[in-house]
Design a protein around this ligand. Structure first.
Ligand code: KG4
Ligand code: ZN
Length: 347
């Protein structure tokens, strides 16, 4: 069964053909990074407008590379939640148009579930239940994954997503956008830096996260606590002495210190949850899952706990349509098909 997947929930415009939920026949991603970079983050309205320009060429390319026509497609899958509402609507409208014209079923797909699916897509028998961590620019959430089609959220960030913290800290350090690869590049081979930034593990019943305190700690470390008025405070003078933004070694040290703090928290929370939930394994997906330190630390910890780690490949960790078309195959088989009245939801 050949499914065309479409993904426009944020700033990647993507389409892919996937056979039987597993075999990608094409994988097209048109990134908007360069249009959002001057703003240091994704501007929703610009994202929707750019999707409008790129969606049809991207779908055409996905069909051409896979050597199929719209008539050969068995179903059209599309991300309809969560994401930027205008961006989602562009993909959803294109998918509806195609499904209607080619008389094919429409399969709405949850973006986060697709990120989890990306981590087990190439495995035949994942050891369910899994603890799934989806860590991206918009989300940092833990799931109890009973099966590919049954996952329950057991924790989430209370404020910034981890990827968002990477993006904001990169802006503080003058490293540009997107921040994840920039911080990772600046930190280089340093697994740890000299600054012991806070590791926040919020209490309560859930396995929640919080990254805004860490982000603020980096800001104050680099610039001191801001005060009204023109005079520099003593703290700001001290910050200027300890951190020189034009010194690549200091930038690398702070980048590595920040990265280590994020990774510590993600690893600790995930494996703590996995143990408490008696999970058979851990699954990792989302854009931040492209980070080498996170991948290495998760791998070490899984070995230590003697449970398998299901890691999305770097290519399928960041937003793509292969994971959408892949998961849609299982949704289709379970009868989870949408009508032309399918809506888009930001959450
Ligand atoms: O999943 P994704 O492509 O889009 C969303 O659904 O948000 O994730 C994008 C996020 C960005 O915040 C980006 O900075 C982060 O993933 N990211 C990384 C790395 N590559 C991308 N964070 C840390 N290390 C990386 N290598
Ligand atoms: Zn994503």
């Amino acid at each position: 069964m050949k499914i065309l997947g479409i993904e426009t929930s944020c700033d990647e415009c993507a389409a892919a053909m996937v056979e039987d939920g597993r075999t990608p026949l094409s994988h097209v991603v048109s990134s908007q990074v360069e249009v959002h970079a001057p703003f240091g983050g994704v501007v929703p309205e610009i994202a929707s407008r750019r999707h409008l320009e790129t969606i049809l060429p991207v779908i055409d390319e996905a069909l051409t590379v896979a050597k199929v026509t719209a008539q050969d497609v068995d179903a059209v899958a599309v991300t309809n939640r969560p994401g930027l509402i205008g961006a989602l609507l562009v993909g959803l409208s294109a998918a509806k148009g195609l499904a209607l014209a080619a008389k094919k079923p429409l399969i709405p797909v949850d973006h986060i579930a697709a990120h989890v699916y990306a981590s087990v897509m190439d495995r035949s028998n994942p050891s369910f239940p899994l603890t799934g961590l989806v860590v991206s620019g918009g989300h940092t959430s833990l799931y109890h994954v009973r099966s590919i089609l049954d996952m329950e959220r057991i924790g989430a960030t209370l404020d910034d997503a981890a990827g968002e913290a990477f993006d904001k800290v990169a802006a503080i350090l003058g490293l540009g956008y997107p921040g994840g690869p920039a911080i990772e590049g600046a930190a280089g081979s340093r697994k740890q830096g000299s600054v012991n930034f806070p590791r926040s593990l919020p209490g309560g019943d859930q396995w929640n996260f919080s990254f805004s305190g860490l982000k603020t700690a980096v800001l104050y470390y680099c610039r001191g606590v801001p005060k009204k008025g023109r005079e520099r405070t003593r703290e700001q003078e001290e910050a200027a002495r300890r951190f020189d933004p034009s010194d690549p070694d200091r930038v690398a040290d702070v980048a590595a210190s920040f990265q280590a703090a994020v990774v510590d928290v993600l690893v600790e929370r995930t494996f703590h949850a996995a143990k408490a939930m008696r999970s058979g394994g851990v699954a990792l997906g989302g854009g931040v899952a492209a980070n080498t330190l996170l991948r290495d630390r998760m791998t070490e910890e899984a070995d230590r706990h003697g449970i398998p780690l299901y890691l999305a490949s770097r290519e399928l960790a960041t937003d793509n349509a292969v994971m959408v078309a892949g998961l849609a195959y299982h949704l289709y088989r379970a009868g989870r098909i949408g009508g032309l009245d399918t809506d888009a939801y930001p959450r």
